[in-house]
Design a protein around this ligand. Structure first.
Ligand SMILES: C[S@@+](CC[C@H](N)C(=O)[O-])C[C@H]1O[C@@H](n2cnc3c(N)ncnc32)[C@H](O)[C@@H]1O
Length: 460
């Protein structure tokens, strides 16, 4: 290790910054966030830095740098564009054993400033030892995406309980086990989803319970999106890494499945048209049973769980059984397919509303409000409409839609197998046969389909 990472307490300590430009301002803002008392030495000062000092009560000396400016300082930063001044600041600080950082001149620094991911009080510091600032930035981006936004709240909550837990569990090893149990429980996710009160109640209950255990059974109802794993939300990815057991649908893509915790138990409960592998009630009861066994159960559904996903029914069973759950929305097939096909679902010139419809036939029939569907200036999106496509198109034309109305069908949208066929509402059923399209497909009908000619971008 070339450098020792440490976290410095600079609360109310004099921090000298030599320089008054934008870089000095950025450094000053950071020191101020950590409670440092700012003392700026500069001949010229930019407006932002001046305002910051006025707001925070820092001092500004508008003059050339002199050695005595460092009197009483506990941290020094040189951020001028004058190499001689920077060198002088570095030498003077080092001779007084004050930690010094000179911006972009590592040879003059006694410490460097890491890139940080700030979820105070949780702070992640990243450094490549000056080897590659771009690599540092990439690592920071990764951390920004994966560290939950509210992890700082979790740290604060656990901090509030620390003394109490110590009193209750005097043995160090018991405390370690307790905290591990808490972090494996649903407490973190409750905090991340903004339900700190519920998380706090669980901790309070666990302290009075005889075995101090935190019951961790819960269900995550997660939308897996239309297929491309890059379209998963950050929360979906996090919960996919946590779950002990996964109940997944047929429409969840293999690429998405690869993002699951490798050792998680995976149960395929997917429903295929006319060959339901698991009845809905069986799935509902399975969710309840697994959660009661204390497992973290991921119910992974294609697209968004609340759009033609029967998510509501599964949750109703959980709610009645008192099983805790959370819901993570996903990108629904309409959004995903439209985006990857280059067809905006609304457009100021062509469509002011969009309707998501099911094209699933019941006893060979579709009961839809056709009069309403043939109105102008709207886009129709049919889910589950492959088998019934001929009926849908016939009904629309029969109720007054122009036979030349543009229509598109998207097969396996957002995936490497995406296929888009464009035609008119009159010709689409024949085109589907001709191109031998297979489910899942999504049908988009409306003048917006014309825009694909200009906006198509995804290779299919
Ligand atoms: C039972 S619905 C589930 C919808 C899902 N909950 C959603 O929000 O996308 C299944 C239908 O979604 C559509 N679908 C889902 N994924 C698709 C994809 N990648 N490409 C085309 N259509 C898709 C098809 O119409 C399929 O028949």
């Amino acid at each position: 290790m070339d450098l020792l990472p440490i976290f410095l307490n600079i609360k109310d300590r004099k921090c000298v910054i030599v320089g008054g430009g934008k870089v000095a301002f950025r450094k000053a803002s950071l020191l101020a966030r950590a409670g440092g008392r700012l003392h700026i030495v500069t001949e010229e000062i930019c407006e932002e830095l001046s305002t910051l000092c006025v707001t925070l009560g820092g001092t500004v000396e508008q003059k050339a740098f002199e050695a005595f400016d460092l009197e009483g300082a506990e941290l020094v930063i040189a951020a001028t564009d004058d190499a001689a001044v920077n060198t002088a600041v570095s030498q003077q600080a080092r001779s007084r054993q004050i930690p010094v950082n000179v911006v972009d001149q590592p040879e003059l620094c006694s410490f460097i400033m890491p890139a940080i991911v700030d979820r105070s009080p949780v702070i992640v510091a990243i450094s490549t030892g000056g080897a590659s600032p771009v690599l540092t930035r990439k690592i920071k981006e990764l951390n920004e995406s994966f560290i939950p936004g509210r992890i700082g709240n979790l740290a604060q909550l656990l901090g509030r309980f620390r003394a109490r837990v110590k009193q209750q569990l005097p043995q160090f090893s018991d405390r370690v086990r307790y905290w591990e149990n808490v972090l494996d429980s649903r407490v973190p996710e409750l905090v991340y989803s903004g339900r700190e009160d519920a998380a706090e109640s669980i901790l309070l209950e666990s302290l009075v319970a005889r075995d101090h255990s935190v019951n961790s059974g819960e269900v995550y109802l997660v939308g897996a999106g239309p297929g491309d794993p890059d379209l998963l939300t950050l929360r979906a990815l996090r919960l996919m890494q946590k779950a002990d057991v996964v109940l997944y649908d047929r429409l969840v893509s293999n690429e998405v499945m690869l993002k699951l915790r490798p050792d998680a138990e995976k149960i395929h409960v997917g429903k295929q048209r006319a060959s339901h592998s698991y009845e809905q009630e069986t799935i509902n009861q399975l969710l309840v049973r697994l959660a009661r066994e204390g497992k973290k159960v991921l119910r992974l559904k294609g697209g968004d769980p609340f759009i033609f996903g029967r998510g509501g029914e599964e949750l109703a069973t959980l709610a009645r059984a008192g099983i805790p759950f959370q819901i993570v929305p996903g990108i629904t097939a309409a959004s995903g397919c439209a985006a990857y096909a280059g067809i905006p679902l609304t457009h100021r010139d062509y469509s002011q509303s969009v309707r998501f419809l099911t094209g699933h036939l019941k006893q060979g029939e579709l009961n839809l409000d056709w009069e309403m569907l043939v109105r102008e200036q709207q886009t129709l999106v049919f889910y589950m409409g492959l088998v019934g496509l001929r009926t849908i198109c016939k009904q629309l034309i029969g109720h007054g839609m122009a036979a030349s109305m543009p229509a598109a069908i998207v097969q396996q949208g957002t995936t490497a197998n995406q296929k888009v066929v464009i035609g008119t509402v009159a010709k689409l059923p024949d085109l589907v046969d001709k191109h031998k399209l297979v489910a899942p497909t999504l049908t988009i009908i409306g003048n917006v389909v014309k825009l694909r000619t200009e906006l198509g971008w995804f290779q299919d």
